[in-house]
Design a protein around this ligand. Structure first.
Ligand code: NI
Length: 221
């Protein structure tokens, strides 16, 4: 193939972003201000508390309350029987803080609602709490390219279908599918605009600090 023609062929962008994507798995749980964050939380012992609609409703009530106090874009969400997934973009980039607040506020509610003794701790925690609802592990992954973001949006919305809970993603009650595609307010509205004005600036600064180039790859020095 003549060199010019070869150049005209589009570079393997997907492969590049895929590499970048694999990197984020290695580099997960980092705060990357200015990026969207994919967050997963799992209930301790995988107790299926969210089979109860009132627990799902309480979770979203707390999330909506938190979003008032903590400026954060909500892109998509799903509440599964024993875990949740969210894509969010907190204005201050503090994903660990935001998720921590969400988990501790929802934990209190879930203990109140279920009264499930399996959440009780044998001894009070260092912070004095007497129960634990969520698994300790914190799982978050920064997303910055369109490819990564759409891959995760589809993954989040496909959760209930893959788990065999519904035939079609739109039929699951505790997901942002209808809010996302039909701008429904039920069960909770999502943000159409995913970004804060200074996100790009923040993200390139953060990437530079991590030694990444704009494709999200580690620069060789
Ligand atoms: Ni899942």
């Amino acid at each position: 193939m003549p060199p010019l023609l070869r150049e005209m062929y589009s570079p393997p962008k997907v492969e590049l972003t895929h590499k970048a994507f694999l990197m984020t798995q290695k580099w997960s749980n980092i705060n990357l201000p200015g990026a969207l964050h994919y967050v997963t939380g799992t209930v301790r012992y995988r107790i299926r508390v969210f089979q109860q609609d009132r627990c799902c409703a309480a979770f979203l009530e707390v999330l909506s309350f938190l979003l008032h106090d903590w400026p954060c874009k909500l892109i998509v969400f799903v509440i599964m029987p024993d875990h949740f997934h969210l894509i969010v973009n907190p204005r201050d980039g503090n994903i660990q803080g935001f998720t921590g607040a969400l988990k501790s506020l929802t934990a209190r509610k879930i203990v109140e609602i279920t009264g499930d003794k399996r959440f009780r701790l044998k001894e009070p925690d260092r912070d004095g709490s007497t129960y634990q609802v969520w698994q300790d592990s914190f799982k978050s992954m920064p997303l910055w390219s369109g490819w990564m973001i759409w891959q995760k949006i589809n993954y989040v919305h496909a959760n209930p279908v893959r788990a065999g809970l519904v035939r079609s993603a739109k039929d699951y009650r505790w997901t942002s599918f209808r809010a996302f595609y039909s701008r429904s307010d039920e069960p909770l509205p999502v943000d159409q605009d995913w970004w804060w004005p200074d996100d790009l600036e923040k993200m390139s600064k953060a990437m530079k600090e991590l030694g990444w180039n704009s494709a999200g790859q580690l620069c060789k020095k």
